[in-house]
Design a protein around this ligand. Sequence first.
Ligand code: SAM
Length: 240
Amino acid sequence: MVSKVRLFVDHPLGEAQTVPLSRDQAHYLFGVMRLDQRAVISLINGADGEWDAEVIQASKKGGVLLCHTQTRPLQVPPDLWFLFAPIRKERTAFIVEKAVEMGAARVMPVQTDFTQAANRVRQDKLQAHAVEAAEQCGGTFVPPVDEVTRLDRLLADWPAGRQLMFCDELLIGDPVALPDSPGPWAILIGPEGGFSPAERDRLRGLPYAHPISLGPRILRADTAAVAALTVWQQALGDWG
Ligand code: SAM
């Protein structure tokens, strides 16, 4: 079976709603995917679920879609913030993609003491990766991707009641154990150089932060991101 093309649009979706296409979207649908009038695709906008929509106008520069039926409701992931220190460009994009696939509700790049690449992070590009990941994984929700924020500022302004799964590479070999504490939660992954001693001291002293091991080996930051999301989703998230 050929799967339907899925497209994110920044437009309301609903029965009999028409949706204009940008030039880039028209190029993708009619130039790259070779679709024509009457083709039916899936639309998402991050808010109204997934809709079947028919091409009713198609040209090289634009087009119009007509929504017919909702095929899936909006599925919002658990209230999980995903904090990570950006690394090299393509690996940072990978981390954002995996955070969306694995069901993070908000993606938050953080500048830590040993973060090298924070000033090269382009929020708009990372948000576009999040949209692509949602399109490809069948998601109906697109988490916002924040601008890079300093970790110390975030911690100073931490919301009451939110737990933090602090993935601490110094705990390698300890059992991988997460407290059975109700949400909301956040996950924190450090950069290639790990956390500085000052950061570790501070994090270990916070009542809402839970230092966690991710097994007996040191994982690369991008691997650790996927492992941490897996551990959290399995224990406390929507995988059960
Ligand atoms: N350079 C550090 C070292 O050699 O100890 C390793 C940093 S690791 C590449 C990047 C991040 O992944 C860490 O800061 C931590 O958040 C996470 N991480 C990797 N392996 C881990 C483990 N076994 N347990 C907990 N966190 C881990």
